[in-house]
Design a binder for this molecule. Structure first.
Ligand code: SF4
Length: 114
């Protein structure tokens, strides 16, 4: 049995996931917690939020995020790639900065106009 805190919403339910019983989840107040608990044990993923360097912008860094969750085990590798990315202003919120990061099928997008 593994104990987790559900991070899907601010309530933060304490979950218990039973690996020996098909990853049965208890302690969740809603269905989203069950899905989170099962995924977290079998294939944990996260949306990556960070910044990339930008030239000619009002600031030197532009906030970006993945447009979906990527495997948790690839977060550091994705950060290494994004450290080397340098874009030019103007950039629109939602604009794709990097397509298909690490062949995940997930794009990195800008999260503000700059
Ligand atoms: S189980 Fe549901 S209510 Fe509880 S923290 Fe997760 S999403 Fe929120």
């Amino acid at each position: 049995m593994t104990e987790l805190t559900c991070i899907v919403c601010p309530i933060g339910c304490r979950l218990k996931v039973d690996e020996k019983n098909n990853y049965a989840v208890t302690g969740n107040a809603c269905k989203r917690g069950e899905v989170y608990g099962k995924n977290e044990m079998q294939n944990p993923t996260r949306v990556l939020t960070t910044t990339v360097a930008i030239d000619f912008g009002m600031h030197s860094r532009c906030p970006v995020r993945t447009d979906g969750a990527i495997p948790k085990g690839k977060l550091f590798e994705a950060m290494d790639i994004l450290k080397k990315v340098r874009i030019k202003s103007p950039v629109k919120c939602g604009e794709v900065i990097l397509k298909d990061i690490l062949h995940t099928g997930i794009d990195v997008i800008a999260t503000r106009d700059m």
